[in-house]
Design a protein around this ligand. Structure first.
Ligand code: SAH
Length: 252
């Protein structure tokens, strides 16, 4: 893939430097300028690279776009490195719109979202047959509002598996809304702090008890809340995909 004169939005993955795609790794290795989201991206990904680095944590949108334009017009290879997968709470749309307006070409390279890394840490399958076949990625409203129709309380009715981003500091409200919305109070919940980092921590409980445990553990940020019967480590029906009595495209 030709990456000259193109800006790349790259998913850095959840933290562990081995959890970036091969393409993302190559683009970093070849980059002339890397603008990275310093609050969540593991700096170990940048070790030994010979590029111009900018931490976007202290920059506003105009400043980020100015850097991209500078790097691009100088003929350089620009990587915009986002945590996890860029399509989830990545604020990439506003950046891409500005590049569109200037006819600057760009591509997006997906990444391992922290929701997947948290599920892996728990060794959970989020879609367990006969429990749930649906996963919801969402957040509690904060300074960025969430439309009322997708409030946690409204989403709770389906009792699907939920991956709740950006909300651990309001775990009391989260649990309360989910219970009011229809999850039984004893629904399993896990909070995974810094999934895939060396300092990863897991707190498992039920909806009615999780808030106190999270507060006690002192978890305030960079944590994923996983909710639903699928998050429990016991009783489930086996998938029909591997059931001896179930035929499919690859097995008669
Ligand atoms: N695009 C990112 C999410 C960015 S929003 C992704 O796909 O993962 C930032 C939120 O993501 C954090 O508030 C937290 O809820 C979650 N998050 C990011 N990295 C995490 C990690 N390593 N472990 C647990 N949660 C993480």
């Amino acid at each position: 893939m030709d990456n000259r004169h193109r800006v790349y939005f790259v998913g850095a993955g959840p933290g562990d430097p081995e959890l970036i795609t091969l393409r993302g790794r190559r683009l970093l290795d070849e980059a002339d300028m890397i603008i990275y989201a310093g609050s969540l991206v593991n700096r170990a990904l940048l070790d030994g690279l010979d590029a111009e680095f900018h931490d976007s944590a202290g920059l506003n949108l105009d400043q980020i776009i100015d850097l991209m334009v500078q790097g691009h017009t100088a003929g350089g290879r620009v990587v915009r490195l986002h945590s996890g997968d860029p399509s989830i709470y990545g604020a990439i749309r506003e950046q891409m719109r500005r590049l569109d307006a200037m006819d600057i070409p760009y591509s997006v390279v997906p990444g391992v979202t922290s929701a997947a890394a948290a599920a892996a840490a728990l060794k959970a399958e989020l879609t367990v047959p006969e429990l749930t076949q649906t996963v919801i990625f969402t957040r509690q409203g904060g300074r960025t509002p969430v439309p009322e129709r997708e409030s946690l309380e409204n989403l709770a009715a389906a009792r699907a598996s939920m991956c709740i981003f950006l909300s651990v500091s309001r775990i009391d409200e989260v649990a309360g809304e989910l219970i009011r919305g229809g999850y039984p109070a004893d629904t399993p919940v896990a909070v995974v702090e810094k999934a895939s980092w060396p300092e990863e921590r897991i707190v498992r409980s039920t909806l009615d008890a999780i808030a106190a445990m999270v507060r006690k553990a002192g978890i305030r940020k960079t944590a994923m809340i996983l909710v639903g019967q699928a998050v429990s480590d016991d009783s489930f029906s086996a998938s029909r995909l591997y059931d001896a009595g179930f035929t499919h495209g690859c097995r008669e």
